[in-house]
Write a protein that binds this ligand. Structure first.
Ligand SMILES: NC(=O)c1ccc[n+]([C@@H]2O[C@H](COP(=O)([O-])OP(=O)(O)OC[C@H]3O[C@@H](n4cnc5c(N)ncnc54)[C@H](OP(=O)(O)O)[C@@H]3O)[C@@H](O)[C@H]2O)c1
Length: 340
């Protein structure tokens, strides 16, 4: 696979646009790029390295000759078309939740478990964006001082719900400021100047929504340790792009702020932004467009006087590290090390 044929499924979406950007920016060795989306977008064109790529309708025959298919068109599209892609000989890197918890499907954050890529049977899953954001900085700490328990509270941006949600945030904010009525169509509640529980369905028994359940289950699968206890509360905030999180974790052995700083200062995929003097910490406006997970407000969790717990605040561009970038990093392994 020196110059693979790459298909992007969902090329016209928020993640799809970032796939194109990441392939370009990272000089990925693309032989041919196929842009696939729904019939609504067939015939539109997008720019890839100066060439106009015409978007084609995704059909059962779309994958002939494709080596790597990057999917980001929702779980139902992945469930139907990823098996057709693998049957046609492509390796699928899937951004949806369709296959993440399947035993046979590696769930990969390259900074953590790239070694699992070669075990794929045709499909490799990209984790949930909030899981990636939390786990990239937690993993190097966990390796040095096993983490027993993690509590994650998210502040999730409109971009996590796709291009239409980003437009809804802009349009509803404009309407609010103009004093005009606005009927939400994409998200279930008024978005401008509001905060609400994540818009995925709630499990009536546990009270956790799907986003929270994904974060907790996927974290254990990626850490390969179901004894690490994860709790998550996922909240949608009126930020256009990039998710933030408060993370509090308890380790097996005592841990200090200085140790966490030292571990994270050369951790892959992490950038420390932690300036107490200037009150400058991770913010979504700074994380937008960046590859790294920004980490700051690293401090002792005073609710645990034993000294085993740390609290911190993170922000990451979930369209990049939480989606397209992570998938393209996986594809880079496939190309350079032949993950078959
Ligand atoms: N946004 C994120 O931060 C994020 C992070 C991680 C994972 N993901 C996952 O990535 C996927 C896409 O997210 P997004 O934010 O990019 O959504 P989006 O902006 O709404 O884009 C959806 C894309 O899927 C295409 N599509 C929808 N239905 C289709 C169908 N039946 N056949 C072919 N193409 C179809 C759309 O094509 P048209 O333009 O033609 O409608 C569009 O290209 C979802 O599974 C999401 O869970 C998203």
């Amino acid at each position: 696979m020196k110059k693979p044929v790459i298909a992007i499924v969902g090329a016209t979406g928020a993640v799809g646009a970032e796939f194109v950007g990441c392939l370009t920016r990272r000089d990925f060795p693309v032989g041919t790029l196929k842009a696939l989306a729904s019939a609504r977008s067939a015939g539109k064109s997008l720019d890839f390295r100066g060439d106009a790529i015409v978007v084609e309708e995704l059909t059962e025959n779309s994958f002939a000759g494709v080596n790597i298919a990057l999917f980001s068109a929702g779980a139902s599209v992945s469930r139907k078309f990823a098996p057709l892609a693998t049957k046609a000989g492509a390796i699928v890197v899937d951004n949806s939740s369709a296959f993440r918890m399947d035993r046979d499907v590696p769930l990969v954050i390259p900074e953590i478990n790239a070694r699992r890529i070669k075990e794929h049977k045709g499909i490799i899953a990209n984790p949930n964006c909030s899981a990636i954001t939390a786990l990239v900085p937690l993993w190097p700490i966990h390796k040095k001082n096993r983490i027993k328990r993690v509590i994650i509270s998210t502040y999730q941006a409109a971009s996590g719900a796709g291009a239409a949600a980003m437009r809804e945030l802009e349009d509803s904010t404009r309407a609010y400021l103009d004093g005009k009525p606005f009927e939400p169509k994409v998200l279930p509640h008024p978005y401008a100047f509001n905060v609400f529980s994540h818009n995925t369905p709630i499990n009536p028994t546990t009270g956790y929504n799907d986003e929270e359940t994904k974060v907790m289950n996927e974290a254990q699968k990626i850490f390969e340790d179901d004894k690490v206890a994860f709790g998550a509360t996922c909240i949608r905030v009126p930020v256009l792009r990039a998710h933030s999180q408060t993370i509090t974790f308890e380790c097996e052995n005592p841990i200090t702020e200085a140790e966490v700083h030292a571990i994270l200062s050369d951790a892959p995929g992490v950038k420390i932004v932690d300036d107490r003097a200037k009150n400058y910490f991770p913010m979504p406006v700074d994380a937008s467009g960046q590859d790294a997970v920004l980490v700051g407000r690293i401090r002792k969790d005073l609710s645990d006087p034993s000294g085993h717990s740390i609290a911190m605040f993170v922000a990451a561009d979930q369209l990049l590290k939480g989606a397209a970038l992570n998938a393209v990093q996986i594809a880079e392994y496939l190309v350079s090390r032949d993950g078959r």
